[in-house]
Design a protein around this ligand. Structure first.
Ligand SMILES: *[C@@H]1O[C@H](CO)[C@@H](O)[C@H](O)[C@H]1NC(C)=O
Ligand SMILES: *[C@@H]1O[C@H](CO)[C@@H](O)[C@H](O)[C@H]1NC(C)=O
Ligand SMILES: *[C@@H]1O[C@H](CO)[C@@H](O)[C@H](O)[C@H]1NC(C)=O
Ligand SMILES: *[C@@H]1O[C@H](CO)[C@@H](O)[C@H](O)[C@H]1NC(C)=O
Ligand SMILES: *[C@@H]1O[C@H](CO)[C@@H](O)[C@H](O)[C@H]1NC(C)=O
Length: 278
């Protein structure tokens, strides 16, 4: 240890004396990640998101709450417009003097009422004496419910027979005022199966309306595509990104992380594909 710290110190001290070091760059203490809006089989919308809180020490008293506004208002018409986290995890192994606590949220609402934005409150002691609001710098976190994930019919082939296709389905909200046709696309990026490094090459596919009927056909239409994989590389997908364009207006949809990556997100492996490929 002492040899190591001496070597590191000598390395750091090779910075020429005229160099002026900047102030410490501190990690952002509160961030939101893994946001995903999906349509459930019962026709409700699901919003999922995880809040990360960095602090010097673990705090098991802390209560983080998710709040939201309805799609047509700056308030919540239904009485239930806030929920507690469904799961808390912690990582005390960070070596930078911080502890990470993660609060996962998942909430289902009536798809007509839907969401326009969300924010969080953090009750540091859990007794209401020290509450802060985390609202993305005052703007809240925006929700675009135009194009959403359909988990029931979205999956990637993990093992099995060629050609290792991924089936992807997304739901597009019906906009009665739209005159231009809707163009729904997905961009899939790959990772090298030897090095597990993401490859910047992508395939782009256009989605067409799916024969499967959405549970709320008056609100959402399903679009689907089969994305071919590399026949030599089982499960080479890294990420899928969706967008829908009406005229010149582009709506960004879900970002899913492939089932064979270190941190799969939003897409099932083919173990659950029997129902995914009906
Ligand atoms: C969802 O909300 C709309 C508008 O308030 C209402 O007409 C509809 O009945 C609700 N659907 C369900 C399943 O509660
Ligand atoms: C709230 O909790 C903090 C930390 O445990 C404690 O110091 C404080 O006295 C509590 N306040 C009330 C009103 O209970
Ligand atoms: C509220 O909690 C924050 C975060 O732990 C802490 O820095 C601050 O001192 C607390 N404020 C009060 C009034 O206890
Ligand atoms: C849809 O978008 C894709 C990718 O941007 C493009 O190649 C295709 O021509 C578009 N189709 C229409 C009908 O605009
Ligand atoms: C994957 O990485 C290996 C080792 O660097 C390399 O030999 C191979 O060509 C790569 N495959 C692709 C498809 O880039």
């Amino acid at each position: 240890m002492s040899t190591c710290s001496s070597l590191l110190e000598r390395m750091i001290n090779t910075v020429p004396s005229e160099v002026i070091l900047s102030d410490l760059i501190l990690p952002i203490p509160f961030t939101a990640r893994d946001y995903l809006l999906s349509i459930n089989q019962d026709g409700t919308l699901n919003l999922q998101v995880t809040a990360d809180v960095l602090a010097p020490a673990l705090n098991n008293n802390r209560v983080v709450t998710l709040h939201w506004n309805d799609r047509e208002s700056t308030s919540c018409a239904s009485s239930a417009c806030s929920v507690s986290s469904i799961q808390t995890t912690q990582d005390t192994s960070l070596r930078n003097g911080f502890t990470l606590q993660s609060y996962k949220f998942s909430v289902n609402v009536n798809a007509t009422i839907s969401f326009s934005n969300f924010w969080f409150t953090v009750d540091e002691d859990g007794n209401g004496t020290n509450i802060t609001t985390q609202n993305n710098g005052g703007m809240n976190y925006p929700v675009d419910d135009f194009i959403v994930n359909v988990p029931a019919y979205t999956c990637g082939i993990l093992f099995g027979s060629e050609p290792y296709i991924a089936r992807i389905t997304t739901a597009v909200r019906i906009d009665p005022s739209a005159s231009a046709p809707i163009n729904v696309t997905v961009e899939a990026s790959f990772q090298n199966q030897t090095t597990f490094i993401p490859i910047l090459s992508t395939v782009q596919a256009s989605l067409s309306t799916s024969p499967l009927i959405s549970p709320i056909p008056e609100l959402y239409v399903y679009y689907a595509a089969l994305v071919p994989g590399d026949t030599g590389d089982v499960c080479a997908y890294d990420a899928f990104e969706f967008s829908a364009t009406i005229g010149k207006e582009v709506h960004t949809g879900p970002r899913l992380i492939g089932p064979c990556t270190v941190r799969a997100f939003g897409i099932n492996s083919c173990f659950e594909c029997d129902t995914c490929f009906p």
